[in-house]
Design a protein around this ligand. Structure first.
Ligand code: CU
Length: 286
């Protein structure tokens, strides 16, 4: 009888305690990653001027006729998008070219590999601050789209939403100086990939679906200045440059067949692209 009463009292206390506030665990599991979309139109990005801080899914919808990506760059030392634009004009740098980036330029990642008419997504944690979105992909003459005006200022505001948890990865791909290392064989289906930079330089990963008779090396060769015709293979997903210690997530849908991984960033000291130093590999999806 006494035990019975205690149980009733405990239940009543429980009801009073939970009556007017949500259960924290439940609230956390319901919090979702915010989503923001940028469209490419010609050599420009269309989208919001600012986003709240925290885990963010960035989508690029490519409405143009060229291949594009979003490279998010965080500007520190009080630098603004205007400072960045001025630097690109006076002292052009390109992670895929020989000149080094200034120390206040930080590579944060972004969706990689959006072919014309297609889209790509990536999830990164955005700290508050000044950012620019930029496309470093070169045209047929080797001039980066960024140098043709393909950049957009973005402000990340407020404090991060602590209740949001990171996506659950099915595959890890770790970048090192100079290799791309998946933690397991990539199987057919939709995979959520966590891209980690365990190297010292910024690295990217581009996932390319290849024809049976072509390799990722053939794909890379098609981006050399003066090369005629489209690259063999189709970029399907990836993550643009992330600096040392950083990580982010992207999803890719794999069909059985032949694929490649590649990083186009440049080693300024060796004056060689990372893929030529070992950051490209072919693989088969079963
Ligand atoms: Cu690299």
């Amino acid at each position: 009888m006494r035990r019975h009463l205690l149980a009733i009292v405990a239940t009543l206390i429980g009801l009073v305690l939970t009556a007017d506030r949500p259960v924290p665990v439940e609230a956390a599991s319901k919090a979702v990653i915010q989503e923001v979309t940028f469209e490419t139109v010609g050599m420009s990005f269309k989208g919001p001027e600012s986003v709240p801080a925290g885990l963010t899914l960035i989508q690029i919808v490519n409405k143009g006729t060229d291949f594009h990506h979003v490279q998010l760059i965080r500007l520190t030392d009080g630098k603004t998008a205007e400072d960045f634009a001025a630097t690109v004009k006076t002292a052009p740098f390109n992670p895929m070219g020989p000149a080094a980036a200034p120390a206040w330029v930080h590579f944060i990642g972004g969706p990689n590999g959006a072919m014309p008419g297609e889209s790509a997504t990536a999830v990164m944690n955005l700290e508050p601050g000044n950012y620019v979105l930029i496309c470093f992909i070169p045209d047929s003459k080797g001039v980066a789209h960024a140098a043709q005006g393909m950049m957009k200022a973005l402000k990340v505001t407020g404090a991060a939403n602590a209740g949001v948890s990171e996506p659950k990865a099915t595959i890890n791909i770790t970048a090192m100086d100079f290799k791309l290392v998946p933690d397991k064989a990539i199987a057919a289906g939709t995979q959520t990939i966590r891209f980690n930079n365990a190297g010292t330089q910024p690295h990217e990963v581009l996932v390319v679906q290849l024809p049976p008779d072509k390799t990722i090396k053939d794909f890379a060769a098609a981006f050399e200045p003066g090369h005629a015709g489209p690259p063999p293979g189709k970029p399907i997903a990836g993550m643009t440059g992330i600096e040392k210690g950083g990580h982010g997530f992207f999803t890719a849908k794999f069909e059985p067949g032949h694929y490649g991984l590649i990083c186009f960033f440049m080693d300024g000291t060796k004056q060689a692209p990372h893929f030529a130093l070992g950051m490209m590999q072919d693989f088969t999806v079963k």
